[in-house]
Each structure stands twice: as C-alpha cells, then as structure tokens.
Design a protein around this ligand. Structure first.
Ligand SMILES: N[C@@H](CCC(=O)N[C@@H](CS)C(=O)NCC(=O)O)C(=O)O
Length: 210
C-alpha cells in the first residue's frame, strides 16, 4: 500500500493515522500537491493529496481511501455499524475535511504552505480566518464533545478527521485562546497523543524545525 502526498497535509495525516490505527502497513511517498509525478497522477488525476495505490488499484481522496480500506479490512472498523452513529461519523469526517480545513487551511496555507509551494501568500486572508472564520468552528467542536470520543464510546473516523487539521494551526502559529475551548484542548491533546499520530507529528515537527 502506498500513500502519496505531503505529510503536512491534514488529508494525508488522516489516512496515515487511520492506517496506523488499523495496523495496516504502508509506504509513504512525499509528493507535493499538484506535483507532476506520473505514479502519483495515476492515483490522483487532479493532483490532490493524498493519492493511494494498493497493488494496481489506485484512488485519491482521503475519505474514499478510508472507505475502501474499511470495506477491504472489515474487522475492527472505524466506521460504526449503527445507522445513526455511522451518519454522525461521516458528518464529522466531512466537517473536518471542508469546514474545519476551510478555516484552518486558510491560516496554514497563507502562513506556511504558500512559501513551501512557491505560491503568493495572502496574509490578510490568514488573519481574517484566524479572527473570524475559525473561532465559531472551534466553538462548534467544543459543544459537540460530551465524552472521550465524538461518536459513541470508542475511536471512530470522526476523531481522526476532526483532529487531523489541528496540528497545522500550531505550525502556522495561529493565535487561539484555548482556554475558551477546554474540552477541545483536552480532546485534541488526547487523540493526537495516540501512537497512530506520534511518529507522524514528530516527523512534522522535525521538518518545521522544532
Ligand atoms: N477531499 C480531498 C481534499 C484533498 C486536498 O484538497 N488536498 C490539498 C492539500 S491539503 C491539495 O492537494 N491541494 C492542491 C490542489 O487543490 O490543487 C481529500 O479528502 O483527500
């Protein structure tokens, strides 16, 4: 199994953490978004990371990859069987990928990734996201946390999807009043402290220079 993509991408991080949680061995190939890299483009025709290959089978999109792996390895799934719980887990996955990444990504892209990718940063857009877009999104997560996990009483894809974008806020030195989100702070530290994230985050920190 090969995961293609930049490890700083929250979508790549989500798939890698998922594979680690499931004990699925994979090889990671560092490929920047949009790279003109034949193997990667065969998996991800529009150049979005992650791309994925399992033998001759190729796929892109973090959620599609995880749904494929859930179906291929049905023991100990990270998507609940119960209809309502499944719906909630899929919602949080979508929320993480779109609403949370929409807010956090505007900060990370413009303060960090643009430089790495040789793109023009929009620092005002990062400041606006930090001051206006992100706080209600974090407040929503804070309100959703009622136990150790977002859905039911075990880890699900929901937890991986919602915490995966959060390290990038630190890498972008986003100013966040964590005292306003005490449940979220404890939750993210706990989920990101799992073994499935540890090596990924250590590699990020080494890359980011600390
Ligand atoms: N829905 C996709 C989103 C993937 C995505 O947008 N990745 C970003 C990097 S974090 C990317 O490749 N951006 C480059 C582009 O949009 O061209 C997923 O879940 O994998």
């Amino acid at each position: 199994m090969i995961i293609y993509g930049a490890s700083l991408s929250p979508f790549v991080r989500k798939v890698a953490a998922y594979a680690n949680e499931r004990g699925l061995a994979f090889e990671h190939r560092q490929v920047p978004p949009g790279a003109d890299h034949a193997e990667f483009r065969a998996a991800s025709p529009f150049g979005k990371v992650p791309g994925f290959a399992d033998g001759d089978y190729r796929l892109s999109d973090s959620s599609a990859i995880i749904h494929y792996l859930e179906a291929k390895y049905p023991e100990n799934p990270l998507l609940p069987a119960d209809a309502e719980a499944r719906g909630r887990a899929v919602w949080y996955d979508e929320f993480g990928d779109t609403i949370l990444v929409g807010a956090a990504g505007a900060i990370f892209f413009n303060r960090v990734a643009a430089k790495l990718l040789g793109a023009e940063p929009d620092l005002a857009a990062a400041d606006r996201a930090e001051a206006e877009t992100l706080p209600p999104v974090l407040a929503y997560i804070e309100e959703q946390i009622t136990g150790d996990y977002l859905v039911g009483d075990t880890l699900t894809l929901a937890d991986l999807a919602v915490v995966s974008p959060l390290p990038n806020l630190d890498y972008a030195q986003a100013k966040i009043d964590w005292a306003a989100y005490p449940k979220l702070k404890a939750y993210k530290d706990r989920i990101l402290g799992r073994e499935s994230f540890a090596a990924l985050l250590a590699a990020d920190r080494a890359f980011m220079g600390g």
